[in-house]
Design a protein around this ligand. Sequence first.
Ligand code: ZN
Length: 241
Amino acid sequence: MSMLNQDDLTLLTGTSNHSLIPWTGQPKGLTPPLIHPALKGPLDELAAKASGAGFTLAVTSAFRSYDQQLAIWNAKARGERTLLNDAGLPLLFDDLSDRDVLEAIMRWSAIPGASRHHWGTDLDIYDLKSLGADKKLELTPQEVAPSGIMGAFHLWLDGLMKQQNACGFYRPYNRDRGGVAPEKWHLSYRPLAQKFDQAYTLSVFHEVISRPGLLLAEYLHDEIEEIFFRYVKNTAPFPEL
Ligand SMILES: [Zn+2]
């Protein structure tokens, strides 16, 4: 039995956003991201802690729909959007086989219908103050490394998480597990994300990769179990709170 309620079940694969709310704590001048209502309190609290430490927590991406993720995926599959290697550097599309393209996409982008961004529980965050007015956010390993412009912000978050004081948030992609590349900027609200994760079974995954219009789908079907466990389920263990 799934522990998700009916509203939440519609979010599992990104086909609905009707139960989400805009986060009103987003810094002024930026578009408020859509979040699950359960995140409002904890995210407000985390933003207040950031502010107390001299940072301005901003969300660059929260909910992403199935259709948005499909557009990202298919653009990468067609070579219309840059593919990155493990170090976050651009790859030459024409040098890659279809299988290589698939691997390169899955390192940095979720399979449509299998993104944690569909749930409203997961956020890509940054410190608006450190970014400065003239810089564009990149979300690269370099940017969040201790010496990068987001370094101090993430070191502060590391400390908060170590003290189990991060308002329920943790990093599912904290280190390289051979699937999705490390993404320090990606936070997940554990109390709810854990329920979504439990509801996300191999049969759910099979349904989403069988939807029409998904490029490279035949390769996903060929190795469905390996890909499911390597790229969808291969995240950090849920921390104690
Ligand atoms: Zn993310």
